[in-house]
Design a protein around this ligand. Structure first.
Ligand SMILES: NC(=O)c1ccc[n+]([C@@H]2O[C@H](COP(=O)([O-])OP(=O)(O)OC[C@H]3O[C@@H](n4cnc5c(N)ncnc54)[C@H](O)[C@@H]3O)[C@@H](O)[C@H]2O)c1
Length: 261
């Protein structure tokens, strides 16, 4: 029996990277999935899931738009009869714009997708989950929400906001049986970071990628999906209100070139 057997699950940002890997893993573990993305990539994710024998419906929607979020959550409940898990994973980076060149419009769009998106997922998932007395919400934050140096300011602020949203929501959910946690990816090879990997490859410096963390490599989407699966599943029944780095040890160490033991 799969670890998400029969559970009704929504994953946003499912058209690529971490969301696609999670879609494949969760359905392999028995989840019945609504896969959401703003791009056509979600149809390819659904094709891959179906090919592997999983249950999925692809929905093209904007995870930062309230009407869209309500609609895809309602769809999960209408189709599968309940909502057990939502992973608010969709996000945008906004690029490495220097502080004094950033605009209010850039800040607003990054906060809309990366922070208000997870808020809307929380807002519209909670009534279904509290009614059934169980549920698990996972949000994708970032190591950039924990420490400086990994991204530009609006992205970092949005992800710090996600961690706060998780903590404050866990508190608000006291006594309901519904849990919420965040994952904080380090550098993961996905659509979002493709330019970093492509540039490094074209300069012949790809061997330097990931060297700041003790595992000395970038992460892969399935390594985030595995943490998401644990948090989504009943195995994490006493895990709540936390933000877990999945970063090869990056945020556990100083970036100095010390000698390993
Ligand atoms: N890749 C990394 O190194 C890294 C590090 C830290 C955090 N993250 C976070 O992980 C999450 C997943 O990103 P990824 O790395 O898999 O990148 P990705 O670009 O491969 O996937 C992100 C997906 O989100 C979708 N998306 C963006 N805005 C959306 C919207 N408004 N509505 C619906 N879908 C939308 C994109 O179309 C894309 O398919 C993001 O929240 C990102 O901020 C990634």
């Amino acid at each position: 029996m799969g670890r998400l057997e029969g559970k009704s699950v929504v994953i946003t940002g499912a058209g690529s990277g971490i969301g696609r890997a999670a879609s494949l893993l969760f359905t392999k573990e028995g989840a019945r999935l609504i896969a959401v993305d703003k791009t056509e990539g979600v149809k390819e994710t659904a094709r891959l899931v179906s090919e592997a024998g999983g249950t999925v419906e692809a929905v093209m929607a904007d995870a930062g738009n309230e009407a869209d979020v309500k609609a895809f959550i309602d769809k999960a409940v209408a189709k599968y009869g309940k909502l057990d898990v939502i992973w608010a994973n969709a996000g945008i980076s906004g690029g490495l714009v220097p502080l004094l060149e950033q605009t209010v419009e850039q800040w607003q769009e990054i906060l809309r997708v990366n922070l208000i998106g997870p808020f809307l997922a929380v807002k519209h998932a909670i009534p279904h989950m509290t009614r059934q007395g169980s549920g698990s919400i996972v949000c994708t934050a970032s190591v950039a929400g924990l420490k400086a140096g990994a991204s530009a300011h609006p992205y970092a602020a949005s992800k710090a906001g996600v961690i706060s949203l998780v903590q404050t929501t866990a508190y608000s959910l006291s006594g309901t049986g519904v849990r919420i946690n965040a994952v904080c990816p380090g550098l993961i090879e996905t659509g979002m970071t493709k330019p970093i990997f492509d540039n490094a490859k074209s300069r012949g410096t790809d061997h330097k990628i990931g060297q700041l963390n003790p595992l000395k490599r970038a992460g892969q989407p399935h390594e985030l999906a595995a943490m998401g699966l644990f948090l989504a599943s009943d195995e994490a029944s006493y895990v709540n209100g936390q933000a877990f780095p999945v970063d090869g040890g990056l945020t556990a160490s100083m970036p100095y070139a010390g000698k390993p033991a």
